[in-house]
Design a protein around this ligand. Sequence first.
Ligand code: SF4
Ligand code: SF4
Ligand code: SF4
Length: 433
Amino acid sequence: MSNIPWARRGLHVIVKPVGATCNLRCEYCFYLDKASLYPEETAWRMTDQTLEVFVRQYLDAQPEGIDQIDFAFQGGEPTLAGLDFFHRLVELQQRHARPGLRIFNSLQTNGILLDDDWCRFLKERDFLVGLSLDGPPELHDKYRVDPSGKGTCSRVLETLRRLQRHEVEFNVLTCVNRHNADRPLDVYRFLRDRGVRFVQFIPIVEPADESTPDHPAVSPRSVRPRQFGQFLIGVFDEWFAHDVGRVFVRDFDHALAAWVGAGASLCVYAPECGRAVALEHNGDVYACDHFVDREHRLGNLNERPLAELANLAQQERFGRDKSAQLPKCCRDCGVLFACHGGCPKDRLTPAGDGESRLNYLCEGFKMFFEHVDAPMRAMAAEVRTGRPAAGVMQRLQASSTSPPTETAPRRNSPCPCGSGKKFKNCCMRRNAP
Ligand code: SF4
Ligand code: SF4
Ligand code: SF4
């Protein structure tokens, strides 16, 4: 458990500038129905006033010693807020930031609206774009559809090429579901062969309508635990054989950081939650992007400062519950240091002790982390000697079997993934929750 005082840990905010509004209707979307929290709402775009209050408070909420800050926009579909919204954002950031603070912006998008004007802006302002793409058309189009039910893959691919033409920094977010999970190589090679260099995989786990605490059930779209493990293993083996140092997969970056002893670089695999809150279009602040509901509403930043809301006792409890409520089988688990029980939203399975719950994906996590143990040790050994992890392919035969150390990469030291960038500008940034 972290011994850093709660309130001094950096705060991360995921902003929903148009709430749950979206121009698509992905069948597994967990956010569209959040609109029901605001039954009277007619204006879903964050007002200029709330945007300015947020920017000021978010900058003020950063503890001393923090020299960079990330603004992350998601949805719904954040580009529906319009380019002028983001021009204003940048202007406000410049007006209110303290000298010396570096500001990074990122945008998670379905890509449908990203035309040349958008791409010029994103390039000029150095935004990091996360583009949602679930693999080739026959896999992507199964669930990622527009309001008429039509698949969107061809439009997303057009955007991908446009981002590349404009040299916008981007990564691809791929949701792993029951339909594409049996085809890891098709998904991975499709992305890699189109020049995608940064990928992150998000498992789709949706509790079914008939699910109860005693008899949890998931939707037919949800990835099965073994399927998820096999998917990650399939991609890992291909990546490890051909692409170390050329393609960066967030789950593998995280695993390497864990084996190096740098701690978790993804909230899902971190010991605690709670420092990544969600901001709705009207200023409401929630415990996390995945806990936007009445019970986890912390307040509204137009009424109480963001820093106070994020440091409420209820939020601290929310964060600490992740480790406090770990079942015994997790506490005894050999890969706990890398897994930490996964995201609490997916802890659906009764753990047998009458109280705690085991992650629905446990079997998959275990398969994956056990599978990568030997190569991760080898790469971690490379990293500890100061060489990029890519060198492992030549040095695998002589790889060390020594256990992970507690030597974490420093913010300004070369990134362990071997990209040649500083850690703080590479995996540390990409892996912010
Ligand atoms: S693009 Fe994103 S926000 Fe829109 S429906 Fe799909 S998953 Fe939901
Ligand atoms: S692990 Fe899950 S609940 Fe915790 S911060 Fe991350 S998404 Fe939220
Ligand atoms: S692999 Fe399973 S038992 Fe081990 S920490 Fe993760 S969820 Fe818990």
